[in-house]
Write a protein that binds this ligand. Structure first.
Ligand SMILES: O=C(O)c1cccc(C(=O)CC[C@H]2O[C@@H](n3cnc4c(=O)[nH]cnc43)[C@H](O)[C@@H]2O)c1
Length: 250
């Protein structure tokens, strides 16, 4: 049985390491990252046990959609050149949650990712690039897989926004929630999704909520709890992937 090949892209190392610990909870696994490299590889399971093994490369690619797109595209291209293409790209990390749908510590699996501030402002309001006729503003997650993962995690399954400027007011939070019916906002998913779409690789975004979207109050962020929830979510994800339908994902 061949291994499921995952590319997991986070913004920062703390998110990468939480996801890696969830995939592979044994203390000696994964190995510490090699100095100067930002990728950790986790290999789990043995085909002989009847469950599909997983080989995951987890990379802390930087904050924002551009960093995430560049990191994802480079990793996908390098894997294709080695003739070891990934089965799935996962954008993962902590996020702001929209009240009342996504509380602190909850898990959100995106059904689609939306570039919420990619477009033009106008006297009549915001115009997205797709309404302007020059580009995509959203990508769907692999629908069957995303639904199965959301079910397994007991997660909120709804749109996740990608923004280049984190929301800092109640007015902006209400505007975004009403426009997109979103559950969460983060800063990387759309970039990873665009790179994955460019190479025909299925995509998921998994977020755990560290703060409420709204008036900025860094002291209210629960980063430690959100990272623990991310670790646990990747533990469950491991079970869903190894025991569920094999790739190719749809
Ligand atoms: O301070 C720390 O220890 C720490 C540990 C892990 C991650 C962080 C971050 O600040 C990550 C930034 C990352 O988080 C996403 N995020 C979280 N909340 C929001 C939000 O309300 N709006 C937009 N993005 C959010 C985002 O993807 C950032 O890249 C700190």
């Amino acid at each position: 049985m061949s291994a499921i090949r995952l590319l997991v892209v986070t913004a920062v190392a703390a998110e990468r390491d939480a996801a890696a610990r969830g995939l592979c909870p044994v203390s000696t696994c994964p190995p510490p990252p090699t100095p100067g490299r930002n990728t950790v590889r986790v290999t789990t399971g043995r085909a002989g046990l009847g469950h599909r093994p997983i080989r995951a490369d987890l990379v802390a690619g930087g904050v924002g959609p551009a960093a995430s797109a560049a990191t994802t595209a480079a990793a996908l291209t390098a894997a294709a050149a080695r003739d070891e293409p990934y089965d799935l790209v996962i954008s993962a990390g902590i996020a702001g949650g929209f009240a009342p749908v996504a509380a602190l510590g909850s898990v959100v699996v995106a059904d689609r990712v939306v570039a919420a501030d990619l477009g033009a402002d106008s006297p009549d309001g915001f115009l997205s690039v797709d309404t302007l006729g020059f580009g995509a503003t959203e990508y769907r997650s692999a629908p069957h897989l995303a639904a199965a993962v959301a079910r397994g995690l007991g997660a909120v399954h709804a749109p996740v926004l990608t923004v280049s400027t984190a929301t800092g007011t109640a007015e902006r939070a209400a505007e975004l929630r009403e426009r997109h019916q979103a559950a969460a906002e983060a800063m990387e998913g759309f970039g990873a999704a665009e790179a994955a779409a460019g190479q025909g690789t299925p995509f998921l975004e998994i977020r755990t909520v560290s703060n409420a979207v709204g008036p900025r109050d860094r002291s209210a962020w629960r980063v430690k709890e959100a990272l623990a929830a991310l670790r646990d979510a990747f533990g469950v994800l491991h079970t869903v992937l190894t025991r569920g339908a094999p790739p190719p994902y749809s």
